[in-house]
Write a protein that binds this ligand. Structure first.
Ligand SMILES: Cc1ncc(COP(=O)(O)O)c(C=O)c1O
Length: 378
């Protein structure tokens, strides 16, 4: 059990035991379906726990030179790499440090495929396809929205380019297995002529495997069927699905202001800087000891306000069990994925520390940020 008493504020606090419990589920899928599951570093890159994560995963997927280097350096494996476009000057290092590399377009393939012989003859090239199947309502998160720049349409891919051994499809976001099944149906209908020629198929991320309602047994069956039918290696690269519900963002009330009957507790964090998905998706994160208030403006209802000057840097509205006061802790749940990888220091706001609550019930503070970090970034 985490003891929140001595946690510095603000702080991303990773619960190692919860992360390991998620990874045990991942390992079961890998073994039962005989598939590869790799971590999408874009969703979670807190490398201090990679030595533990390595034991349960087949490595990681990188979407930039930095992530490819991180995968090699801290995950101890060559990366599965996919980037929307590659930068020519980075290609030598990326190819040398990747086992698989997926192109987003035929023109990128044409630009770079000759480098395989020069830098890494063992690398396996793939192509991202657009399965034209959307499960995501928010346009910002929908890789298959009309006119999308992500992936090749089946109408533009009648034959497999010579050096392509795999296909990659990422079209899900926090979905259950039924969404994957619907995607597979579409992929088989649109790209079925190419599937027998492949060595591997990567089903991207968006599989919310560790959500309590996720049907893991069904996933195993679906993956086994696909593998057998097309005789391919299957790869999944979840981010959220691995780091789901594995830690909090701990904050403190700095002030309480009131305007037009609305009380706002101003915290030492910022939604736009430290939890950007809450504004972009948008969604309202759960807070320990509070419920999401609906409508009525009760005496212990608060907006939670961020530290930046962005007018919309707040979340409405929470019902707390008792009145908040300056110095109280406010703890946001499930703030491990797409937080630390996305933070910024807009307004020069302090970056939260990063800490791990270990399986042995110890607090390990792994990163603290100060002025020199801010200075170096700019
Ligand atoms: C290509 C690709 N793979 C994997 C992921 C990870 O997705 P998630 O964190 O939803 O599992 C993403 C997320 O944007 C992605 O773009």
């Amino acid at each position: 059990m985490i003891n929140y008493k001595n946690i510095p504020s603000p702080c991303y606090l990773l619960d190692e035991a919860k992360l390991e419990a998620n990874l045990i589920n991942i390992k079961r899928i890998r073994e039962a379906a005989n598939v590869k599951v790799i971590l999408a570093l874009k969703g979670f890159s807190t490398w201090h726990v990679f030595p533990m994560m390595q034991k349960y995963l087949d490595g990681a997927t990188g979407s930039s030179l930095n992530e490819v280097m991180l995968c090699n350096d801290k995950m101890g494996s060559l990366a599965h790499t996919y980037a929307v476009a590659y930068i020519p000057s980075e290609m030598e290092t990326i190819i040398k440090n990747s086992s698989h590399l997926t192109f987003n377009s035929i023109s990128q393939y044409n630009q770079f495929h000759h480098l395989k012989e020069k830098y890494n003859p063992d690398i396996s090239f793939g192509l991202r396809i657009n399965p034209e199947h959307s499960e995501v309502e928010t346009e910002l998160y929908n890789p298959c929205a009309p006119g999308t720049r992500l992936g090749v349409l089946s109408s533009d891919l009648k034959v497999l380019p010579e050096h392509i051994e795999g296909l990659h499809s990422h079209n899900l976001c926090e979905n259950n297995v039924d969404a994957l099944e619907a995607s597979i149906e579409k992929i088989e209908a649109n790209f079925g002529n190419l599937l027998p020629q492949l060595k591997w198929f990567n089903f991207g991320g968006g599989h919310l495997i560790n959500h309590k309602d996720y049907d893991i047994d069904r996933l195993i069956e679906v993956l086994k069927t696909f593998k057998k039918k097309w005789d391919v290696e299957v790869i999944l690269e979840p981010g959220s699905g691995i780091a789901w519900q594995t830690g909090d963002l701990v904050s403190t009330v700095l002030d309480i202001v009131e305007n037009a009957g609305i009380k706002t507790a101003i915290l030492d964090i910022s939604f736009t800087c430290h939890m950007p998905d809450t504004l972009e998706m948008p969604y309202q994160p759960d807070v320990i000891g509070a419920t999401i208030a609906k409508g009525d403006n009760g005496p212990t209802h608060y907006r939670l306000g961020g530290l930046s000057c962005l007018a919309g840097d707040y979340m409405m509205e929470y019902h707390f069990e008792k009145a908040l006061k300056v110095g109280d802790q406010v703890i946001f749940k499930d703030q491990m994925h797409y937080t630390m990888v996305k933070t910024n220091t807009f307004n020069g706001v302090a970056h939260p520390s990063i800490a791990i609550w270990t399986k042995e019930n110890n607090l390990e503070i792994v990163r603290q940020y100060g002025y020199s970090d801010f200075l170096r970034k700019l």
